[in-house]
Design a protein around this ligand. Structure first.
Ligand SMILES: [Cu+2]
Length: 146
């Protein structure tokens, strides 16, 4: 019994809790994210980005997504996303600058996507944002790698 306890303790010490590999991001009822910072744990093999739109309007009117890229790439990703349109979730197909992007969802909807945190380089500044046209001016925040 005592040995089992020691083994369990060492497992906890060396592995990352599943909860730390989940990012729970939500929009407010209006055009904003609830947080200005998300934390990505680089020790996770995979991170799950959960995103919930707490608004009420359909996605064509006030849809939101969550996209991660380098800060320096954000404007270009957004501009190419506008050209790509809602049918492509306002992200250019195969955009290599995008670490991860959820689909665009309407009010009351949720979505989830996994990505590998090693695609985020430690020496660069990354941001998360909504690429719906006009939203990234206010719907954005910092991605912190820990
Ligand atoms: Cu938005």
């Amino acid at each position: 019994m005592k040995n089992t306890f020691v083994v369990l303790l060492s497992l906890f010490a060396t592995s990352v809790f599943a909860g730390e590999c989940d990012i729970n991001l939500e929009s407010t009822e209006s055009m904003a994210f609830k947080t200005k910072e998300i934390v990505v744990n680089k020790n996770c093999a995979e991170v799950t980005l959960n995103f919930k739109n707490n608004g009420t309007l359909p996605k064509a009117v006030m849809g939101h997504n969550a996209v991660i890229s380098k800060k320096s790439d954000m404007n270009a990703v957004v501009n190419d996303g506008i050209a790509a349109g809602l049918k492509n979730n306002y992200v250019k197909t195969g955009d290599k600058r995008v670490v991860v992007a959820t689909t665009v969802i309407g009010g009351g909807e949720s979505t989830s996507i996994k990505f590998k945190p090693d695609t985020i380089k430690p020496n660069e500044d990354y941001v998360f944002f909504c690429s719906f046209p006009g939203h990234s001016a206010v719907m954005k925040g910092i991605v912190k790698l820990v």
